[in-house]
Design a protein around this ligand. Structure first.
Ligand SMILES: C[S@@+](CC[C@H](N)C(=O)[O-])C[C@H]1O[C@@H](n2cnc3c(N)ncnc32)[C@H](O)[C@@H]1O
Length: 457
């Protein structure tokens, strides 16, 4: 008879593989059990925390047999903070794991068997690669702490002020420490989600790796902040590489990060950066890839898969600040970008100007509306690049690709599951998957980025 399994049970488990979020997975009483921190090949003792019908989540209590690929995580907070799911796994093994995540998603979700997934393109020095940090704040007694949430929670896992994040650029780490000190010195308050009072909601710091320019965005409620500009001036005096301090006012009652109003407290409203010798203008509200070194690798793959011969009409759907459009413009007749965030579209237009590009145009709106509309008006692109957010593409986008009979599609994705779902749909619409290339944009985390070439059969 099947044993009754309950929350709180302590079990021994053989780990047979890693799940998509990097958790160890074993089987117990016909259930898949997910154990964060456990590795393939290990025997572990774990406590069941969330028992469902066919699976359970468990907390790792002890490693009874250790895997060879296990390493000591160099970060003190690796198991508390929700940022790094794989710091205990050797880097080369992580790259192999990410390839297998893509393979398994293609096989299970897209039902695509016969395409070889290339080995993941990794980094030589996979530390301090992030050009952006997004900090949470917590009132801890009289002190305000800056840091990251624990996995799956709104509780601060680790204060960062006197520590450094090993994934984030070192100069950003230094600015984090100063911001925390200055916030505490000036007696600012943290926004309280239960009473909806207090000032500070989030802090975002960005740095252009090539230019060294930094931006600090202080996301606040609309509460009065006396001497806001003086506060920002003091920060810039300590760190002259900060060229922009922006107060973003967010009045939303939910946890959306940025509000609608930006107020520049010091300097300009943007920073600049450079990728492959091209200049980019980046505003506070605009998306910009967080790992610039691997972004060049990713975009060069897109360019290679695009196989352009100077005569094509290209669509860059979900174009952000037009980085991919700018990469491709020099090799195509025309590039048409589409993006939902108006500030990013303004950046994209400026970026064309900055780089002396005259064959791009950018449309503001939802790709699922813009693309079908332009196709109905006769647009027939030779190549379509898709780089949607984690949730992937709406069906209308994929149908418009079929209707326009676009010969080639390059799909950039940060989520193998939604990528596989969309490749499966495109497959049923007559598109064959030709090349699949994972690129490690987020070392030590469970996240997997991938670029795929599809061709109309
Ligand atoms: C993963 S980012 C890629 C941006 C750009 N290709 C790059 O590499 O920097 C996705 C972009 O899609 C935009 N976006 C999200 N949903 C959208 C939609 N429905 N229509 C158009 N753009 C959208 C986001 O604002 C973001 O800029």
């Amino acid at each position: 008879m099947k044993k009754v399994v309950r929350n709180g049970d302590i079990i021994e488990l053989q780990i047979n593989g890693l799940g998509h979020g990097g958790e160890g997975v074993g089987r117990y009483e016909d259930m898949a059990v997910f154990v964060p921190g456990a590795l393939t090949g290990e025997r572990v003792k774990a406590k069941l925390m969330q028992v469902k019908k066919s699976f359970a989540r468990a907390e790792l209590l002890a490693i009874l047999t250790k895997a060879e690929q296990r390493i000591n995580p160099p970060c003190h907070f690796a198991h508390q903070c929700g940022g790094c799911q794989l710091q205990h796994l050797d880097y080369q093994e992580q790259l192999a794991h990410k390839k297998s995540v893509v393979e398994s998603a293609l096989r299970r979700i897209a039902k695509i068997q016969n395409v070889a997934v290339q080995p993941t393109l990794g980094m030589e020095h996979p530390w301090h690669y992030r050009n952006k940090i997004h900090l949470q704040l917590k009132q801890a007694g009289k002190q305000i702490k800056l840091g990251f949430f624990a996995e799956g929670s709104y509780e601060l896992a680790a204060g960062l002020g006197d520590q450094v994040c090993l994934l984030v650029d070192q100069q950003i780490n230094q600015v984090v420490a100063s911001v925390e000190q200055l916030i505490n010195k000036s007696g600012l308050t943290v926004y309280d989600w239960s009473t909806k009072t207090g000032l500070l909601r989030h802090i975002i710091i960005r740095r252009g790796f090539k230019t060294g320019e930094m931006m600090v965005v202080i996301v606040t409620s609309e509460e009065r902040w006396p001497k806001e500009s003086e506060w920002a001036e003091t920060l810039v005096q300590r760190h002259p590489e900060i060229v922009s301090v922006v107060r973003n006012i967010n009045t939303s009652p939910d946890r959306v990060i940025l509000g609608r109003e930006d107020r520049v407290l010091v300097g300009k409203s943007f920073i600049t950066d450079e990728l492959n010798g091209l200049q980019f203008h980046i505003s506070a509200a605009s998306f910009y890839q967080v790992n610039p070194q691997q972004t060049e690798v990713l975009y060069n793959k897109v360019l290679e898969m695009a196989g352009l011969e100077d005569k094509e009409t290209v669509v860059d759907a979900y174009c952000g600040i037009g980085t991919i459009a700018t990469f491709l413009a020099g090799h195509a007749k025309q590039v048409i970008g589409m993006e939902i965030v108006p500030a990013a579209v303004e950046d994209a237009r400026k970026n064309a100007e900055l780089n002396g590009i005259t064959n791009t145009e950018f449309h503001t709106g939802m790709v699922e509306k813009l693309l079908p509309h332009l196709v109905s008006e006769g647009l027939r692109p030779d190549l379509l690049v898709l780089d949607p957010p984690r949730k992937g593409c709406e069906k209308e986008v994929l149908q418009a690709i079929q209707e326009a009979r676009v010969p080639r599609v390059v799909y950039v994705s940060c989520d193998p599951a939604t990528l596989a779902r969309d490749l499966g749909i495109l497959d049923s619409l007559g598109y064959q998957t030709i090349q699949v290339q994972p690129v490690d944009m987020f070392p030590w985390t469970g996240h997997v980025e991938c670029v795929v070439l599809m061709s109309r059969t």
